[in-house]
Design a protein around this ligand. Structure first.
Ligand code: FAD
Length: 318
């Protein structure tokens, strides 16, 4: 079933969903199951699986020279999706990115997903690789998430890259996209960011999942700005509990978001008490979730980071 159909069927009730990361290469599928099993009591209708492209690292050789080595730390997105659907009977939403994919690669991945009965995707551009500095599309690949949305929509209409296919099987993908309550870091301003977001909706995207935020007002303002800009699709808030003190700095650095003063003060008050810091993070995220639920959000989407215990405590606190 499609994410948007679950939202419609819920008739205003707030759903709960999760995002998981593939295990590091060499890891086991059981690692995913161990982190998901305890969360299934919350009856998520769908579970997202992130995609991690290949990157480069420099390894020092005996000669003293550095060698550029290609690594892909977390492969397996499509296989994990199939496995989740098979084990739990819930829908899986693979994240699909532009980075590292030619349009041909994307088409082949979409064909695989379609054959597997996976009919939801989250269409993203992907972040720049560490050594590129800015996002560089694969030669012959999609540059923006907008181009990827168009490609998925084309397949939904039976249009393939090979234009000689005139009776191609149609897919029926429900397309999610990313949204940024605190603006995408490359956008000059929110207005332009929303203009591009609207283009993705016009091209066929069905719903938005937001970047994490720790101040609900940012989400409320974002929804208001989207509605004013004519974006009418469901906007699912993405949430992550803070669990460690260093995240006060690492989360803003990695995700370009602000930490509200109230949260920062509460965490700093805990000093080195790791347990107390985690408890503050859990309570903060529970309070956020409660308020968002009262606001009537379609779904609370948790970035689990493999930590089922913490997420369970957050949800139990709602
Ligand atoms: P786009 O929509 O392409 O936007 C990128 C930037 O370009 C924005 O600043 C936008 O305003 C601008 N822009 C858009 N269209 C145009 C245009 N036509 N011309 C000029 N400028 C334009 N990354 C991963 O690698 N794997 C994941 O699994 C993953 N999951 C994510 C899940 C969520 C919910 C979110 C919020 C992010 C996720 N990301 C993931 C990170 C995401 O790939 C990055 O944030 C990336 O930098 C932007 O992706 P996008 O899809 O928003 O890009």
């Amino acid at each position: 079933m499609k994410v948007t159909d679950y939202i419609k069927a819920a008739e205003g009730r707030t759903l709960i969903s999760f995002e998981v990361l593939p295990p590091l290469k060499g890891g086991r599928m059981e690692d995913i199951f161990t982190s998901l099993d305890p969360l299934m009591e919350f009856k998520p209708p769908f579970i997202d699986v992130t995609y991690h492209r290949q990157d480069f690292i420099y390894e020092k050789r005996e000669s003293g020279f550095f060698e550029k080595v290609s690594v892909r730390k977390r492969p397996g997105t499509i296989g994990i999706c199939a496995s989740i659907m098979h084990r739990y009977g819930v829908d899986a939403v693979p994240h699909l990115i532009c980075g590292g994919f030619t349009k041909d690669d994307t088409e082949n991945a979409l064909i695989d997903l379609n054959f597997l009965g996976i009919n939801n995707v989250l269409a993203l551009r992907g972040d720049p690789r560490k050594f590129d500095g800015k996002f560089v599309p694969e030669p012959g690949g999609n540059h923006y998430a907008l181009d990827l949305v168009k490609q998925v929509q084309n397949m939904n209409e039976g249009k393939y890259l090979d234009s000689t296919i005139d009776d191609g099987a149609t897919s029926d993908f429900c397309i999610g996209i990313a949204g940024y309550p605190e603006k995408h870091f490359e956008s000059p301003n929110m207005e332009l960011d929303l203009e591009f977001t609207k283009k993705k909706i016009e091209a066929g995207a069905d719903y938005i999942v937001t970047q994490m935020f720790f101040d609900n007002q940012k989400y409320f303002d974002y929804v208001k700005a989207c509605r004013a800009a004519g974006i009418t699709v469901p906007i699912i808030p993405g949430l992550k509990p803070l669990t460690k003190r260093y995240q006060l700095n690492s989360i803003p650095r990695m995700f370009y978001i602000n930490m509200p003063d109230g949260l920062v003060k509460e965490v700093l008050k805990c000093g080195d008490d790791k347990k107390a810091i985690k408890q503050v993070g859990i309570e903060w995220c529970s309070a956020q979730s409660k308020e968002l639920k009262e606001f009537g959000v379609p779904c609370l989407h948790y970035y689990t980071m493999g930590d089922a215990k913490t997420i369970t405590k957050v949800i139990e606190g709602i």
